[in-house]
Design a protein around this ligand. Structure first.
Ligand SMILES: *Cc1c(COP(=O)(O)O)cnc(C)c1O
Length: 374
């Protein structure tokens, strides 16, 4: 047995003919940058998400940086984000010389805790950057309410939740990444909508922001060689757009396959008091970028070693909270204010989740976990 966290190869083999043809078409017509597939992907993604504008870029980290540049945030401005996320979220804040203010997360959803956001607001706060972690939306009702009250921008990091639906208590349903002022995603190969290299995208319903973002991703220019602002070079190349155009129509099916695997895990572990299965948030669908459970009184290292001996991969997302990362020393965080994150870092474990898991494999994985915990 060899069960990896993600299985991109089996997924590729099912769409190989179409993907290979599309890639060869791009090579054949040599429009490697800004070829037709790029614009078509932007339109198709905008339609899928029901958002006015989609701007593609080089990767998800760039997307976040470009979003903050477009909002005109200035050095010293504070941006509030979660302490429990991939480094890219907060790194992009620090890179622009803005001040990252990390706050604790909700113990059920692992997403940023709205009450903690409110406590962290100062006169210098300019934006909130919620992360829709592991495939589930943060509480966007509360976050938008807080943002309106304090006149803040909201940038959604939806790198792990593309395709998830958020249903507001006000009745509307919107796709993750289309609720705040700007949404950012990543097409890194292992993400729910992954390409075959690096890629990212930015979403907005605001025409003015759209114009700025289009300019920033392309050296700050609208008319060739006339530069209106300092920008960056961040593009999704045509080959990646062509791959994504094959995969986008399958995204809902892919997300359903992930959810079905997650249901299997939930059922298998339902009666095990040493495992706390991931809670489903009633306002959001869960697209399970990761299936992340919490262990209760279990030696995580030993369990991981045991699973490895049975050929089963597992991973810890994330072993170190951002406030404890070397890179963020010097920002003076109060180490006592991350109760939930600190606990999660010690107890979470992610099991293999991808679009290609069948019941035999899932049974082998869950039997092995339960065998160890017996
Ligand atoms: C993957 C990821 C990113 C960064 O995306 P890249 O394309 O790898 O730059 C940002 N935020 C989160 C939450 C991610 O999971």
């Amino acid at each position: 047995m060899n069960i990896p966290m993600v299985d991109l190869r089996s997924q590729y083999l099912k769409i190989k003919d179409e993907v290979d043809k599309k890639i060869l078409d791009v090579i054949d017509n040599t429009a490697f940058i800004n070829g037709d597939d790029v614009q078509m992907l932007r339109n198709e993604l905008a339609k899928y998400l029901d958002v006015k504008h989609v701007i593609t870029c080089g990767n998800g980290t760039d997307a976040l940086q470009i979003a903050m540049m477009a909002l005109g945030l200035q050095p010293g401005d504070e941006v509030i984000s979660a302490d429990f996320t991939f480094i890219a979220t907060v790194e992009s804040i620090a890179l622009l010389k803005l001040t990252p203010v990390m706050v604790d997360v909700n113990p059920d959803t692992f997403c940023i805790a709205p009450d903690e956001i409110e406590k962290a607001i100062t006169p210098r706060t300019k934006a909130i950057m919620p992360v829709h972690l592991f495939g589930q939306c943060a509480d966007m009702d509360r976050i938008m309410e807080i943002a309106e009250k304090h006149n803040l921008y909201v940038i959604e990091d939806t790198a792990q939740a593309i395709g998830s639906d958020f249903t507001s208590e006000k009745g509307w349903t919107k796709k993750a990444g289309t609720i705040g002022h700007i949404g950012c995603t990543s097409f890194f190969p292992s993400k729910n909508l992954g390409c075959y290299g690096d890629g990212g995208a930015i979403f907005t319903n605001d025409d003015e922001l759209n114009e700025k973002i289009n300019s920033i991703v392309n050296h700050g220019m609208k008319v060739r060689y006339y530069h209106d602002r300092i920008g960056v070079n961040s593009r999704l190349d045509t080959i990646q757009a062509a791959v994504l155009r094959v995969k986008l129509p399958l995204l809902d099916e892919y997300n359903l396959a992930r959810r079905t695997a997650a249901d299997y895990y939930d059922n298998a572990f339902a009666n095990c008091d040493k495992i706390i299965t991931p809670k489903r948030f009633n306002k959001s669908t869960h697209t399970f970028h990761q299936y992340t459970l919490m262990l209760n009184g279990v030696d995580r290292d030993e369990l991981q070693e045991y699973l490895k001996s049975k050929g089963i991969a597992s991973a810890v997302y994330y072993p170190v909270a951002l406030h404890n990362q070397k890179a963020f020393q010097g920002y003076n965080y109060n180490p006592d204010s991350f109760f939930v994150t600190d606990k999660l870092c010690k107890t979470v474990l992610s099991l293999p989740i991808n679009t290609e898991l069948n019941n035999d494999t899932l049974k082998y994985i869950t039997d092995s976990v339960l065998e160890f915990l017996k």
